[in-house]
Design a protein. Structure first.
Length: 162
């Protein structure tokens, strides 16, 4: 079943994002989604005890998280833009490496946290070893926000069952 779930999770966005429903595009979507589902089903669905309803709730929460993350990316872009164009840029910039221990336990949760941090302008995940994250932050305010609400939201989606 994990292969079927993975296929659906991959194929539906393919259809929506491609916006083309001719046989070539749909066929390529089926082929690519099938291959990636075969290769990556274990990554997407590590929890074998989860029910279909639980997975659908998890998917709905993840879609909500992606909307929230988009808002954070926009805010971070505005922050970096303000810093870059400020006449006091040298005072505002304080590049630093920040280390923190994550409370996340699942590999997928850590993967999503690391990539969410990197997607947010002004921060880049440099290394993840176990639960220890090393992140480069451009300013003090970007460093203060780590891991913050991002980690809590990811934990609500992937760390609890059901």
């Amino acid at each position: 079943m994990k292969y079927l779930y993975s296929f659906v999770v991959l194929f539906v966005p393919w259809l929506v994002l491609s916006g083309k429903f001719d046989s070539v595009h749909v066929g390529m979507g089926v082929l690519c989604s099938s291959l990636v589902a075969y290769w990556c089903a274990d990554l997407l669905f590590q929890d074998k005890a989860a029910t279909l309803g639980g997975r659908l709730r998890q998917l709905a929460r993840f879609v909500g998280y992606m909307g929230w993350l988009l808002g954070q990316v926009i805010l971070a872009n505005l922050h970096v833009f303000r810093v870059a164009l400020s006449p006091r840029m040298n005072e505002l910039l304080s590049p630093q490496m920040v280390e923190f221990d994550s409370t996340l336990e699942k590999e997928l949760s850590k993967f999503i946290l690391a990539n969410s941090i990197t997607l947010t302008p002004g921060t880049v995940t440099v290394r993840v070893e176990g639960s220890r994250f090393l992140v480069h932050a451009l300013t003090d305010s970007a460093a203060r926000g780590l891991p913050g609400a991002m980690e809590k939201r990811i934990a609500k989606i992937f760390e609890r069952t059901g």
